[in-house]
Design a protein around this ligand. Sequence first.
Ligand SMILES: [Fe+2]
Length: 349
Amino acid sequence: MPSKAPFRSACRVKVCLGAALGVLTLTLASAASAQELNLYTYREPGLIKPLIDEFTKETGIKVNTLFAASGLEERLRAEGASSPADVLLTVDIGRLQQAKDYGVTQAVKSEALEKAIPAAYRDPEGHWFGVSLRGRVVYASKDRVKQDAITYEDLADPKWKGKICIRSGQHLYNVSLFAAAIAHMGEAKAEEWLKGLKANLAKKPSGGDRDVVKDIAAGVCDIGLGNTYYVALMLNGKDADQRKQAEAVKVILPTFQGGGTHVNISGVTLAKHAPNRENALKFMAFLTSDTGQRIHAHVNHEYPINPKISVDETIASFGDLKPDTLPIAEIAKLRKTASELVDKVGFDR
Ligand SMILES: [Fe+2]
């Protein structure tokens, strides 16, 4: 079983906010402490820092952060009972559910969390909680696409032949969308739909959501699928090329026939062996507090999970989001089938 040393050394080679703040407290990270919290996250440092700064200001609890691009669920599993992790903060139900399936999370019963987070966006057994929402939506050329409304089902219409761009069908964002399609249409119809969508692609699935925006701006395709916040980040970012690309694109909030817009969550879980359990619970409650929600939603242009908190201006300009009412936990159950369908129809080939 690995010791807790890897947490400390990883902090040294990656970005560790505790260290960045000049707080040399990592030697305490392995022990329970009234003053500390160990956070594992995939989320970008720029998003996390304002949240952590505010949390520390409010509570006096220092947050030691381990950032990684992949493999945190596996790491938690390998560390087992000696893991220093208290909280895992990540995106997409795929990763949250995987953490639960690996047995590295523990159930939480919290009135504060249940009050702030609608039931559709948390695990019925309390192992994961959504803290923000993102829509998986249609990006469309302002010049070449006149319509301002569309259904997901329409994306398989041959009228879009050679006009659609998308990242890999196996990317977790798409797998979750396709799982929602299965829930709405049934597996057989979803398979036909996926084949139709593939037949309409302008090029092999590749790149990321920002590349879809870029391709639409360059005329490679007319429409594409991506998450709401990428266009907002490009419009508000420092990169002049990306701003120009995003300005050529409009966001259409698609809906399933008889349903709403597919949303996914960024969310949080309490690590099974959290040494600083009480501090972790305070952090989880903070993320869903009005202050935490405002920071989270505005820095990364996500929809607050708490409907009482307003969305930021750019996101609001996309129109009124009517989130699909399908519980995220139902989508999680269909992800495996969705991933198998992606292979079955040769989506990425
Ligand atoms: Fe993303």
